[in-house]
Design a protein around this ligand. Sequence first.
Ligand code: GUN
Length: 291
Amino acid sequence: MSASIIDGKAIAERLRADIAAEVSRWRGQGGRQPGLAVVLIGNDPASEVYVGSKARQTVAVGMLSFEHRLPAETAQTDLLDLIAQLNADDAVDGILVQLPLPAHIDADLVLRAIDPGKDVDGFHPENAGRLMSGQPGLVPCTPLGCMLLARAAQPDLRGLHAVVLGRSNIVGKPIAQLLLQADCTVTMTHSRSRDLSGLCRQADILIAAVGRPEMVRGDWIKPGAIVIDVGINRLPADPSGKARLVGDVAFAEASPVAGAITPVPGGVGPMTIACLLRNTLQAARASASLS
Ligand code: GUN
């Protein structure tokens, strides 16, 4: 039997529609229009595409979008000054500094400069600590999206064995915390783990976030497992000239074995921006309740 496909595009669309309805209801009750500021340094083509889609989707759900595009040679102090200005601006509920940053800028320092209440990426150490200790806070968008997709396949995740491939601060570590909060038994694996395929075969839920094209083969999958593929890897063009996007999971091999699986593209990718908008609404609500 073939796995059911977890349609991230459709789930993200529904989430954006729910957010738009919530923004409209909130404004109807006299709430201020939520605002998201995105800062892009330089002109990395992939980052420009992301920032463009973020701005369009922000406006489409009824929020204000503030874009700050600065040249690649922008001094770190100028970026820190801009962040201080956005921290102090009451019209800005969320601040996202697009990564990667140019090499002359210390990304950790920049992320720490963002007001944790406006840190809609959830990358500030205060939000990371809140997630770790189970306190409310802003949670990184891609892990949040992965959880929504896993729950779309199986609403009750309690007691399931989740195996996470990859230990990045952006995906692997935060998703492990979210899975623990959902009462999963969590195994973290990485490039130094022994018997990676054997560990994966134990997974009721497998989260692949390693950035290695099609590393997870069909015989790494436990029959019936939920497979969430975070990888977005661009393969060189084939002889016909077509570039191909693939995940960290060999989809054609894994889908006959898994119970449910996310495709690439159209799985985790669309959820990230939808969750960013969700975080912006959460930040706006929290700031209104404080004022
Ligand atoms: N670059 C690629 N994805 C992301 C993201 O989710 N947040 C930020 N800040 N930069 C990114």
